[in-house]
Design a protein around this ligand. Structure first.
Ligand code: EPZ
Length: 422
């Protein structure tokens, strides 16, 4: 298991490019199951989770291979018939594999997908995914840790379905199931994340008829068949946001290329409130950390609210503010595991249920810390960059799930950061 070592206290200066969005690439790769042929998905980040989904498609009889001639290009060849099964061994390493369920049952009328189970940040149930598929006519059978879904007449039918609560992959799963269903579907109370709009764009490029993605209500008219994808994945707004926070640390001046300002509005609003300058520049955003941050309260929520995936990173900035801040995590029930690690670096944080109260401290001091989940590990890297002395972040496999060689992206900004075999 690798570890990352950081000699902190050096303000970051320069320009960094965001990679393609993990949480858009994953459902779009799964959407390739909806059509036979060679799918061309571009700007796909080179991440552990993407490789895991590629292995899963391989298990089904597809081939997912990088195109050597084009950085970020992933070609996915889908045959006329696949083995519509997602085994536990693969799903347990990446619960987002559950997004193959909708495409499989939509195209082949049956699917057997391992229940993803929970993860460090929460129970992560998929009841909304299943209720949505059932509304489209899927018969569901849960046994031995697997969901077996079948379309009784070989094809799903359109329906009106209202989600009990916003779910990103739930909206994606049911939307992908509906594009081949017979008739019209209206999905209500949908999630509105930019990754859902990107998936809908990819599906429209395949010939799907979808409107309303990015709003609460998504309308879909089912079609008989779809053609292969040719799509460029949007930039990763969470990776970009992580670099924006890095630039907002005292003394920072960082330009994040590829960042779509409309995708990070809630974060930018908070960065400006704490005193950072955030300026639109050609192809991205520039952030300047103007002295010690001011305190601000943050409450996470579904898009366009403040993203839960940026909560840990924002906490690092507020640990250094000249006053007290409150962070309320409303999306996941256990997403404060970075707190005790930040306390090891000298942060003053008290957690009470869904709320963390931070008393800003003038500085952090480096120490060995342990990553627990993807975004917590990104926060620990940011904290190490701000801290005086050396920070060792252990279990960085969490980090590699969502960040393409983060140390190679931060070093050109002046970060004294390196990866070592632990
Ligand atoms: C997606 O997870 C992202 N993952 C997560 O990013 C992100 O944190 C999350 O959305 C919220 O924005 C991918 O897109 C691959 P949800 P997802 O369904 O879809 C509850 C990262 O760091 N819920 O929107 O699994 C659920 O428990 C990852 O890249 C149900 O109760 O999240 C949670 O409390 C971490 N029943 C809330 O909804 C369901 O059927 C939101 O979950 C589904 C969800």
């Amino acid at each position: 298991m690798d570890k990352i070592l950081i000699d902190g206290g050096v303000p970051l200066r320069g320009s960094v490019a965001a990679s393609g969005a993990k949480n858009a690439a994953l459902p779009i790769i799964a959407a390739s199951l909806l059509a036979e042929g060679e799918h061309r998905i571009r700007n796909v980040p080179d991440l552990a989770d993407v490789r895991t989904l590629g292995r899963l498609l391989g298990h089904m009889g597809c081939q997912a291979e990088r195109n050597a001639g084009e950085k970020g290009a992933l070609w996915v060849r889908v045959p006329a018939a696949v083995e519509p099964e997602a085994p536990y061994e693969l799903v347990k390493t990446m619960r987002a594999s559950v997004v193959v369920l909708g495409p499989l049952v939509a195209r082949w009328g049956k699917a057997r997908v391992s229940m993803p189970g929970g993860c460090a940040i929460g129970a992560r149930p998929i009841d909304q995914h299943l209720k949505g598929l059932a509304a489209l006519g899927a018969e569901l059978h849960l046994e031995h840790g697997y969901v077996e879904a079948t379309a009784p007449r070989g094809r799903l039918h359109g329906a009106t379905f209202t989600f009990d609560g916003q779910t990103v992959t739930g909206t994606e799963n049911v939307m992908m199931a509906a594009v081949l269903a017979e008739g019209e579907t209206l999905l209500r109370n949908c999630a509105r994340e930019p990754e859902i709009v990107d998936l809908a764009d990819a599906l429209r490029g395949m010939g799907a008829r979808i409107e309303g993605d990015g709003t609460d209500d998504i309308w879909i008219e089912g079609v008989e068949s779809l053609r292969p994808i040719d799509h460029v994945v949007i930039a990763d707004r969470i990776e970009a946001g992580t670099f924006l926070v890095a630039g907002a640390l005292p003394g920072g001046d960082v330009t994040v290329k590829g960042c779509v300002p409309a995708h990070v509005e809630a974060l930018v609003e908070k960065l400006r409130t704490v005193g950072a300058q955030v300026l639109p520049v050609e192809g991205g955003l520039r952030v300047v950390g103007d002295g010690r941050p001011r305190p601000v309260d943050v409450r996470t929520g579904p898009h366009p609210g403040f993203p839960t995936d940026m909560q840990a990173q924002m906490m690092v900035l507020l640990c250094l503010a000249d006053g007290s801040s409150k962070i309320t995590e409303t999306v996941f029930e256990n997403r404060f595991m970075h707190v005790q690690e930040l306390q090891r670096l000298g942060a003053d944080i008290a957690v009470d249920g869904k709320t963390a109260v931070l008393k800003g401290v003038p500085g952090l001091s480096g120490a060995p810390v342990m990553a627990s989940d993807l975004r917590a590990s990104a926060a620990l890297v940011l904290a190490g960059l701000a801290a005086q002395g050396t920070t060792e972040v252990h279990r960085v496999y969490h980090l590699d799930r969502g960040y393409e060689r983060i140390e190679e992206k931060l070093a050109p900004l002046g970060a004294r950061i390196r990866r070592e075999k632990a």
